[in-house]
Design a protein around this ligand. Structure first.
Ligand code: CA
Ligand code: CA
Length: 319
């Protein structure tokens, strides 16, 4: 019975320890005896005081029930998907489909709102519907737009799939117009003050950028290592895996980022094995902030390296 208040009549010092206990005021039995001797008017006055205090009992609520001024206002997810130029028609088609599928998944299967999802694609891309061209200027502008609206409790996703190459130890994302280096991207993304950031680079040589992009509260996925320079297929398997029930290997009803990554990695293994090809892409995951990725994060409990944060990161709001 929260809010029952009993009011000491006199000698409050003797009852001081009983004034407030378990968020309630209590009578001191001795003073209760004194109350019996009061006139009717005095009792009415006391009753009025008790009622007034009862109506304001929230004042005495525990601090945990009060609004926390430090609590962030929201925990939305914001996402920027980028795809660059691609001279190989078949590869371009595959990437465009993955971009369209990712956009559709984020809008239909997660809590991401339409105005918090941006897609930037090259002008020939089928994925260009409702998107701007993926120039360096537009990417920086979009990141800055998100940087001004993001709250610390929000999550932010940057997802690049396309072509890239390494020049002078820098990964260059191949975009319409000027390329951008992973250093430029790192600098721009540092403006996003979200407590949880997912960065996916599905492009040749992606592993080179992992160290620079990693950090506290960040999960970085790379489609392949720094030494692998062929076009990657990671998103072809990873994007569908985000929404597939079969990815949910621990049967908790949700697909974690780690489960989707694991499914994509195993399907890639199967693809190269079935085609009799030498595997030219080994996906990497870094989520413990030390800059060194793992290609077997599903072993995080044994290896004590990356995978724990990704196992708790969920995108889909429904199975
Ligand atoms: Ca699961
Ligand atoms: Ca690591």
């Amino acid at each position: 019975m929260k809010g029952i208040i009993v009011f000491p009549i006199e000698n409050s010092r003797s009852c001081a320890g009983k004034w407030l206990h378990n968020n309630r005021f209590w009578f001191c039995p001795r003073e209760f005896t004194t109350l019996k001797g009061m006139t009717a008017d005095m009792k009415r006055i006391i009753a009025a005081i008790i009622l007034t205090m009862a109506s304001t009992s929230a004042v005495f609520a525990p601090s945990s029930a009060r609004p926390n001024p430090n609590r962030a206002e929201s925990n939305n997810t914001l996402a920027l998907i980028v795809t660059g130029i691609n001279k190989n028609a078949k590869d371009r088609q595959t990437k465009d489909k993955a971009v369209a599928d990712l956009r559709s998944f984020l809008l239909n299967n997660t809590s991401i709102k339409r105005d918090r999802l941006a897609v930037l694609a090259n002008s020939r891309s089928l994925a260009r519907t409702a998107s701007d061209v993926s120039t360096a200027e537009n990417i920086e502008e979009q990141i800055d737009a998100f940087a001004t609206s993001v709250n610390p409790a929000d999550r932010f996703i940057f997802y690049y799939m396309g072509q890239a190459n390494i020049v002078a130890d820098k990964l260059r994302l191949n975009l319409p117009g000027a390329d951008i280096t992973h250093e430029q991207l790192t600098k721009w993304l540092s403006r996003i003050k979200a407590s949880s950031i997912l960065i996916v680079l599905d492009c040749p040589g992606a592993g080179l950028a992992v160290k620079a992009l990693s950090g506290e509260g960040r999960i970085v996925l790379a489609g392949c290592t720094a030494d692998q320079h062929y076009s990657t297929r990671f998103s072809t398997y990873f994007v569908p895996a985000l929404g597939e029930n079969k990815s949910d290997t621990d049967n908790d009803g949700k697909v974690s980022l780690l489960e989707a990554f694991t499914s994509a990695s195993r399907q890639l293994d199967d693809f190269y094995r079935s085609m009799g090809l030498l595997k030219t892409e080994t996906p990497q995951l870094e989520d413990n902030g030390d800059g060194a990725p793992s290609d077997k994060p599903w072993r995080f409990k044994q290896d004590k390296t990356d995978g724990a944060a990704a196992s708790k990161f969920f995108l889909s709001s429904k199975k």
